[in-house]
Write a protein that binds this ligand. Structure first.
Ligand code: ADP
Length: 636
C-alpha cells in the first residue's frame, strides 16, 4: 500500500515525498477511519484526500464552500488526467444530470458538490446508485458558527450519512483549529471515533509584526521597497483597494486592486499579472486569496484590521508558503480600532432590516410562497439595492442572516457563460428562417457549432459566433436577444454575478420569524472575535506567534525570537535605575489586583513604552502571567 500511494503521488502530482502528516492522514482514510485533518494554509490538504481516493474504488464526493474553489480544483485534477466534475448552482440541470450519470457509471473519480446541492432530489436519487469511496469535507470549519466562514448549508452534509452505506469514511479538512470549531465539526458531521491529525500552527518562517502607525502609506512604501518580492495588502473596503493601489502606483510600486465587485475578467487579469510577478502587489479585500497558491509571497500587510484572528491567520499565512522568510505586518492605530468596531456593528443587522430585505427579495423575484421547486436566481446586488433603496453592505449582512435561518443561500460570484435553448422544432425553424433572412446566418452558425440546442439550454460563446459570422460581439448579442423576443429561443446572457438559491419551503413575509437566540449568538461571536483581534494588536508583551497559535489552542509554542515583541525584548535590560521606579509602580498596581494591559498602559507617571518594556521583562523573568484576555497578574 505504501508503495502504491507514493507511486500515485509521483505519477499524478510529480512530488517526491509527502509533507508532514499527509501520509498519516492518507493511511487513516485508507484504513476506513473518519479522519479530521487540521493543517495550516499551504500544508497540502488537497493531496490528503485526493491520493487515497485514487487508490479506493468508486467516486470521491468533495464538499466545498466556493464555486471558484471547486472549479479550480476540478481543473487542477483534469490537468493531471484525472476525471472530475463540479456540481454547483452555476451549472444547468442537464449538465448536472449527465455528470451524475457518469458518476453512477464509474466514469468520474471526483465529484465536487456545493453543500446546498446535497438536498436536491436529482442528486439524492443518483447518489443511491453511486459507489462512493469517501466523502471529503473541505474547509470544514464552514460548518461551525465559531469559524470565520460559517455556511449554514454545510449543516446539510450530515444527510449524506443516511444516504450512503455505513462504512463510507468521512474526512474533514480545515486550517482552523480552535477547540470550539473542532468540537462543532465532529458533532455536526457525526464523525465516529475520529482520528485527529493536527500540525502545529507555528509558521517558523513567518515573522509577525504589529506596528502602531499614523502614516501608513509612507510605512507601506518603505516596507515594500525594503522587503522586495511579491506581496498582498489587505484593506477592508472595495473603495480602499482602488485608492491604495493608486497611491502605491504613484509611489513607483506596481500595485493592482482586487475585490469581489470587479468583473471576473478584471479579477482574473489582476491575479494573472501578480502570479507572473508582473505586478508586485495586489491590494485586496478578503475576497482575494482562497484557492490561490503562490509560493513566493514575501509579505502580507494588513492596512485595516481583520474581523477575526482566524481570518488574520489565514490571510497572513499566504506569505512564505515556499518555506522561506516572509513577513506578516499589521499597521494599526486607534482610528482603526474604532473602525473595526463600526464594521462589526454593521455585520449585526436588526430584525426590521432583515425583514425589509426579505420583503424586497420576494417582490424582486415575484416569489410565490408555499412549497416551490428550488431554483437559482442571478443576484445583482447593486441593482437590487438601488431598486429598493437599500444600503448594499447592510443588505449583504441581512442576506447572511437569512442564510443562517435556512431561508436562502448565496453563492460566490463566478463567470457563467451564455446559454441558448431553441424552442422550435427543425421544421418550424426552417420556415422562420425563410421569413427572416437576416437572422438566417446566425441560426445556421448556432446549429452547426453547438449540439443539444433543441434539448436544453446550451453554453454558447458570442465572440466565437461573431468570428464565424465575420460580425461583432454587440451585433451577435442583439440578434440573440431579438430571437428570444420572438420566442424562437431562450437566451440567458453570460453573467459573473452570484446566485441566490431559495429553499423550497417559501415563507410569507408576514410569517417570517427570526430566531432571537440565533441573532444574539451571532452578535456575541462577532464581538468575541473582534476583541481577540484588538487584544492581539494591544499585547506587546507576549511573542506574536505564541499569541496567535494560543488562539488556536496550541500552547506548546516557543518564543519565535523574530517578531516585533521578541526583538524589543532582546533590547530590554533588567529593571534598574529609572526603569526600576516604573517596575515598582507597575508591580504594586498588579499586586493590588490583576489589571488589563490597557489599564496599565494608562498608568499615570509611566510612559506607555516603558510599561511595555517593563512588562516584557517581567513576563520573561516569569514574574507575571498575561492571560488570553490581556489581563496581567503576578505569578504566585
Ligand atoms: P492547502 O489546501 O493546505 O492550503 P494545498 O493542498 O493547496 O494546500 O497545497 C499547497 C501547495 O503545496 C500546492 O502547490 C501543492 O501542490 C503543494 N504540495 C502539497 N503536498 C505536497 C508534497 N507532498 N510535496 C510537494 N508539494 C506539495
Amino acid at each position: 500500500m505504501e508503495n502504491q500511494i507514493f507511486g500515485i503521488l509521483k505519477k499524478y502530482w510529480g512530488h517526491k515525498s509527502f509533507r508532514p502528516l499527509q501520509e498519516d492522514i492518507i493511511e487513516s482514510i485508507l484504513e476506513g477511519n473518519d479522519t479530521l485533518a487540521l493543517l495550516p494554509t499551504g500544508g497540502g490538504k488537497s493531496i490528503c484526500f485526493q491520493v487515497p481516493a485514487m487508490v479506493m474504488e468508486g467516486v470521491c464526493l468533495v464538499i466545498s464552500p466556493l464555486i471558484a474553489l471547486m472549479n479550480d480544483q476540478v481543473q487542477n485534477l483534469r490537468k493531471r488526467g484525472i476525471t472530475a466534475f463540479a456540481i454547483t448552482n452555476a451549472k444547468s440541470k442537464r449538465e448536472i444530470d449527465v455528470a451524475l450519470d457518469n458518476a453512477v457509471h464509474g466514469a468520474l473519480k471526483f465529484v465536487y458538490v456545493s453543500p446546498e446541492r446535497i438536498k436536491s432530489q436529482l442528486f439524492k436519487e443518483r447518489l443511491k446508485r453511486m459507489k462512493v469511496s469517501m466523502v471529503a469535507v473541505d474547509e470544514a470549519h464552514c460548518i461551525s458558527e465559531w469559524g470565520h466562514d460559517f455556511r449554514p448549508a454545510y449543516r446539510e452534509i450530515i444527510e449524506l450519512r443516511s444516504l450512503l452505506p455505513k462504512p463510507t469514511p468521512f474526512v474533514a479538512l480545515t486550517a482552523t483549529a480552535t477547540e470550539d470549531v473542532i468540537d462543532d465539526i465532529i458533532n455536526k458531521l457525526d464523525l465516529n471515533s475520529t482520528r485527529i491529525y493536527k500540525k502545529s500552527f507555528t509558521r517558523e518562517n513567518l515573522i509577525y509584526v504589529v506596528q502602531e502607525e499614523g502614516h501608513k502609506l509612507n510605512r507601506m512604501v518603505s516596507a515594500i521597497k525594503n522587503l522586495r518580492g511579491s506581496g498582498i495588502i489587505y484593506v477592508s473596503t472595495r473603495r480602499e483597494t482602488l485608492r491604495q493601489a493608486h497611491l502605491l502606483r504613484a509611489n513607483g510600486i506596481g500595485a493592482l486592486p482586487y475585490h469581489g465587485g470587479m468583473s471576473t475578467k478584471d479579477r482574473q487579469e489582476t491575479q494573472t499579472m501578480w502570479i507572473a510577478n508582473k505586478a508586485q502587489v495586489v491590494v485586496a479585500t478578503n475576497a482575494f486569496g482562497m484557492g490561490i497558491d503562490k509560493p513566493d509571497v514575501r509579505f502580507v500587510i494588513h492596512v485595516d484590521l481583520p474581523s477575526g484572528l482566524e481570518a488574520y491567520f489565514q490571510e497572513a499565512g499566504r506569505a512564505g508558503r515556499d518555506g522561506k522568510k516572509a513577513y506578516a505586518i499589521c499597521l494599526v492605530n486607534d482610528e482603526d480600532r474604532k473602525n473595526l468596531e463600526d464594521r462589526v456593528r454593521q455585520q449585526i443587522p436588526v430584525k426590521a432590516e432583515i425583514k425589509k430585505v426579505y420583503r424586497a427579495l420576494v417582490n424582486h423575484y415575484q416569489l410565490a410562497t408555499g412549497i416551490a421547486s428550488e431554483d437559482n436566481k442571478v443576484f445583482d446586488l447593486k441593482a437590487f439595492a438601488k431598486r429598493f433603496n437599500l444600503n448594499p453592505t447592510n443588505t449583504v449582512h441581512c442576506l447572511k442572516a437569512l442564510e443562517r435561518e435556512g431561508i436562502l443561500s448565496l453563492s460566490d460570484a463566478i463567470f457563467n457563460p451564455s446559454r441558448v435553448h431553441v424552442l422550435m422544432n427543425t421544421k418550424e425553424l426552417y420556415s422562420f428562417e425563410i421569413g427572416h433572412p437576416k437572422l438566417e446566418p446566425l441560426i445556421r452558425v448556432l446549429l452547426r457549432s453547438y449540439e443539444g440546442l433543441f434539448d436544453h439550454p446550451t453554453k454558447v460563446d458570442e465572440m466565437a459566433i461573431a468570428r464565424r459570422l465575420k460580425s461583432n460581439y454587440g451585433e451577435v448579442k442583439s440578434q440573440l436577444e431579438y430571437l428570444a423576443e420572438l420566442r424562437v429561443i431562450t437566451f440567458q446572457a453570460h453573467t459573473d454575478l452570484p446566485f441566490i438559491t431559495f429553499s423550497s419551503n417559501r415563507i410569507k413575509v408576514d410569517d417570517l420569524k427570526l430566531n432571537d437566540e440565533l441573532l444574539k449568538a451571532h452578535k456575541k461571536r462577532l464581538e468575541d472575535k473582534m476583541m481577540a483581534v484588538l487584544r492581539y494588536t494591544q499585547n506587546d508583551v507576549i511573542c506574536r506567534s505564541r499569541q496567535l497559535v494560543a488562539y488556536f489552542d496550541d500552547y506548546s509554542a516557543e518564543d519565535c525570537g523574530r517578531c516585533d515583541v521578541c526583538l524589543a525584548r532582546k533590547k530590554t535590560k533588567p529593571a534598574e535605575g529609572k526603569q526600576f521606579e516604573s517596575y515598582k509602580l507597575i508591580k504594586e498596581e498588579i499586586a493590588k489586583e490583576p489589571r488589563t494591559l490597557g489599564y496599565l498602559n494608562r498608568l499615570p507617571g509611566v510612559k506607555s513604552a516603558e510599561v511595555s518594556s517593563t512588562l516584557r521583562w517581567m513576563a520573561d523573568n516569569k514574574e507575571i502571567i498575561v492571560s488570553s484576555s490581556n489581563v496581567v497578574s503576578l505569578k504566585s
